[in-house]
Design a protein around this ligand. Structure first.
Ligand code: HEM
Length: 415
């Protein structure tokens, strides 16, 4: 069904579009006139034999799909609607080994096991190490600034903490971290030609990370230690992950916990520097509501996808079995039915039922508490150490199909 007033060929998973902006005006138009809208795509753009997908833009509908896995499956290429022309059936098969792409009951079994590593106690136990890391990262950025006080916030600040957090969580030895970080960075965002990371390099990095993690798991099975790896692969009396499952779990963490948190931090900094009254408020009061608003504002994951398991209905539309359904978190997080003044960056917003971490179903972000902790720690360190940070020019955006990414954000500590 054509939607009036949308630009010709509009597709909210088009990397060229997302490199320039998040299409918020188009989402607003869709929420009002066609909240569940069929976006036609030229045959072959996803490597599949289909011709489009449903664009779900309202908060309530995104929640409905997320919480009904029996109607909307995660088993087909969840994370990306439009990856590139080359995605193959084989790749989809491999992706099914990652929990993000599993359905219950398989997903339930794996989720119950990995949750052991993400208890409130486990996350709290990382706080002190991550606080020190955050402070060091910010201090190093300040001392490494150019003579005029400028530096790139993304590479100097936002990149490091999410990687360190995952490494701390899993207990990766210090000496191995540089390799892990290199593989993780190669795996994400190779849609952007500027990084010169080909699909082959990304796949090779993924295989190396999986291999490393499987060895770690095999090691702990042999010699249990007091760490999370042991809890997941070698705990007695409960279900465990096989070494392969552990390898794919670490792979998921490296993607799901890395670029997402990095972009929340980068967008958060940009939002603060373009809303100076909010930065002043933050520095003065440090409201506990700030991190959630940063995630709503940034919505690092623009969209994820499900596939209908049977004929059903959504927002007045007839959805056919096998149809792809795109959940647009960016749109849901700006839905005026749910948020007063959604276009305002308001760090005191409360309640803030945003869907930045997912729509609340079985796949709801496992790392939410860790991400919130990281965001709080890094902005605390910045407010303490670099309270007068200034923006230098506009951010440069990442070319990606489902990420709201910033790849460069020049800032300055100079007066
Ligand atoms: C799943 C967002 C940080 C681990 C997800 C989902 C979203 C998301 C949208 C899918 C939810 C769904 O399909 O219903 C984010 C954002 C983050 C963040 C915006 C940062 C601001 C992290 C961190 C970790 C993590 C730090 C771990 C270190 C995961 C995992 C899943 C997931 C393992 C899959 C859960 C499952 O399939 O059951 N995240 N995430 N995430 N996230 Fe996060």
């Amino acid at each position: 069904m054509p939607c009036p007033h949308l630009p010709e060929g509009f597709d909210a998973t088009d990397p060229d579009l997302l490199q320039s902006r998040i299409p918020l005006p188009e989402f607003a138009q869709l929420r009002q006139t066609a909240p569940v809208w069929w976006c036609p795509q030229p045959r072959g753009i996803t490597g599949f034999d289909d011709e489009g997908y449903w664009v779900v833009t309202r908060h309530a509908d995104v929640k409905h799909v997320s919480t009904h896995p029996e109607l909307f499956s995660s088993n087909e290429n969840t994370a990306v609607i439009r990856f590139n022309e080359h995605i193959s059936r084989d790749q989809i098969e491999v992706q099914r080994l990652i929990m993000l792409n599993m359905d219950p009951p398989e997903h339930t079994r794996v989720r119950q096991i990995v949750q052991r590593g993400f208890t409130p106690r486990a996350i709290r136990s990382l706080e002190s190490a991550l606080r020190d890391r955050a402070r060091k990262i910010v201090e190093t950025a300040r001392s490494g600034a150019a003579a005029d006080g400028s530096f790139d916030f993304v590479t100097s600040v936002a990149v490091e903490l999410p990687l360190q957090a995952i490494a701390e969580l899993i207990g990766i030895p210090q000496d191995d971290r540089a390799r892990i970080f290199d593989w993780s960075n190669k795996m994400v965002a190779y849609d952007d030609p500027e990084y010169a990371i080909t699909e082959e390099i990304g796949a090779e990095a993924a295989m190396e990370l999986i291999g490393y993690s499987m060895n770690l798991a095999a090691d702990r099975k042999q010699c249990p230690a007091k760490d999370i790896v042991t809890q997941l692969v070698a705990a007695e009396g409960e279900g465990n992950l096989s070494s392969d499952e552990f390898g794919f779990f670490v792979l998921l963490l490296a993607v799901a916990g890395n670029e997402t948190t990095r972009n929340a931090i980068s967008h958060g900094m940009h939002a603060f520097l373009t809303h100076p009254e909010q930065w002043e408020l933050y520095k003065r009061d440090r409201p506990a509501t700030a991190a959630e608003e940063i995630v709503r504002w940034a919505t690092p994951v623009v969209s994820f996808q499900r596939t209908a398991t049977q004929d059903t209905e959504l927002g007045g539309q007839k959805i056919k079995k096998g149809d792809r359904v795109g959940l647009f978190y960016s749109s849901a997080n700006n839905d005026p039915e749910v948020f007063d003044n959604p276009e305002a960056f308001d760090i005191t917003r409360d309640p803030n039922p945003h869907l930045g971490f997912g729509g609340g179903g079985p796949h709801f972000c496992l790392g939410k508490s860790l991400a919130i902790q990281e965001i709080e720690l890094i902005f605390t360190a910045i407010a303490d150490t670099l309270p007068d940070l200034r923006l230098v020019g506009d951010p440069r955006r990442l070319r990606a199909a489902w990420l709201n990414g910033i790849k460069e954000l020049q800032v300055s500590v100079g007066g």
